[in-house]
Design a binder for this molecule. Structure first.
Ligand code: PGA
Length: 249
């Protein structure tokens, strides 16, 4: 069966509950017959209204982060059972902003990945090198480490529920998209690393590209063999560009 592309919007710290509801209501008719799977991650406080607005539609709602502990004294954090109870279907983990601004480690991210999987929520594990690491020819070793540590103890049965997002840090929010060649080459490398542990099902694992994806560069990225969709920040915030991304995928 042909794998469907995934277009995932990451709204980061943008949009109020009211704006979220209005956006989704306007988006839904335009993406009704979409070929690809459409994901949207609003902020935690917008999840209830987003889930309600997207109920029984082809729009899949998830979260931008979560904690690995079930409950306890973690002021400001959100647990997997809270997400599950709301009905969130996926969670973005290890985004470079979490790694860089909030100093999240590979070990911490791995605990969250395992927790999400154990509760039937799809983790989108983000990996990516900085400009400095790329300049120092460290891209492959950085990605290998982030993948191996992030997926530690993930079994063959569970890996099919994981989505990987390659997001070069230098391309996020900068308008500087990776070229098709760089993106494809890196995705191929990521798949090769995944094949070491998950050979039989490696082709079933979706690897999304993220970093300044826009309607005018999406199509050529999606033509690359190892790119199975996109994780989109800025261009998912504007109604027209999000709808265009979905319709071009
Ligand atoms: P961008 O963000 O599309 O604005 O570059 C992507 C992301 O951070 O997921």
């Amino acid at each position: 069966m042909l794998k469907r592309n995934i277009i995932a919007g990451n709204w980061k710290m943008n949009k109020t509950p009211k704006e979220t509801k209005e956006f989704i209501e306007k988006l839904l008719p335009l993406i009704k017959g979409a070929n690809s799977k459409v994901f949207l991650a609003p902020s935690f406080v917008c999840l209830p209204i987003a889930l309600q607005a997207a109920n029984n539609t082809n729009l899949v709602i998830g979260a931008q982060n979560m904690h690995n502990e079930d409950s306890g004294a973690f002021t400001g954090e959100v647990s997997v059972s809270m997400l599950k109870d709301l009905g969130a279907k996926f969670v973005i983990l290890g985004h470079s902003e979490r790694r860089q601004v909030f100093k999240e480690s590979d070990d911490f991210i791995n605990k969250k990945v395992l927790k999400a999987l154990n509760h039937g929520i799809t983790p989108i594990l983000c990996i990516g090198e900085t400009q400095e690491q790329r300049d120092n020819s460290e891209t492959q070793s950085v990605l290998k480490t982030q993948l191996e540590k992030g997926l530690k103890d993930v079994t063959k049965d569970l890996i099919k529920d994981v989505i990987i997002a390659y997001e070069p840090v230098w391309a996020i929010g900068t308008g500087k998209t990776a070229t098709n060649e760089i993106a494809q080459g890196t995705h191929q490398f990521i798949r090769k690393i995944l094949a070491q542990k998950f050979k039989q099902i490696v082709d079933d694992i979706s690897i999304l590209y993220g970093g300044s994806v826009k309607p005018d560069n999406l199509e050529s990225l999606l033509k690359q063999n190892d790119i199975n969709g996109a994780l989109v920040g800025g261009a998912s915030l504007k109604f027209d560009s999000f709808a265009q991304l979905v319709n071009k995928s």
